[in-house]
Design a protein around this ligand. Sequence first.
Ligand code: FES
Length: 186
Amino acid sequence: MKRKQAVQSIPKEPENRTDSCEPTEEELLRSLDVVIDGYSKTEGALIPVLQSAQNLFGYLPETVLRHISTRLKLPYSQVTGVVTFYSFFSTVPRGEHVVRVCLGTACYVRGGKEVLATLRKQLGINVGETTQDRKFSLAVGRCFGACSLAPAVMVDETVHQRVRPAKVKDLLTMYREAKPGLREAS
Ligand code: FES
């Protein structure tokens, strides 16, 4: 089994938070418990529970992972092992937009590495990090199913094809200036 291979969209929980009405951690944990209760008789509940937790909290802090471990009666090491294995789980807060550069074979040979280098430079962060303004997080992936139009970059759930280093600035500007919820493909 190859590490960090899977990249898939995580279904979003309904977003009903506002700045003036942020749920507390306790409230979020209660919501998570409802999800966990729904999986009480289901085998293989760990991944969907982790996905729901990440959707609720925005990332997977240690307290949440320990809570899941206790509630699902699974060793903590097993929970963290799954989180480490799948690239779509994050234990650090993520930016508003997650930019994933495909480094699958087709994208790699057609310039994916250069696109990644440009993104690192323009965002001023490395893979796995988030910009100070919490606007972007940078990640890499392995094949988004757009090999014939490589190199590909996925921003949130949108795959952008034939991305050239010279186009990176425009791509970032589009998301920087976008209203929340932009899902327009280029
Ligand atoms: S290798 Fe990049 S989309 Fe397939």
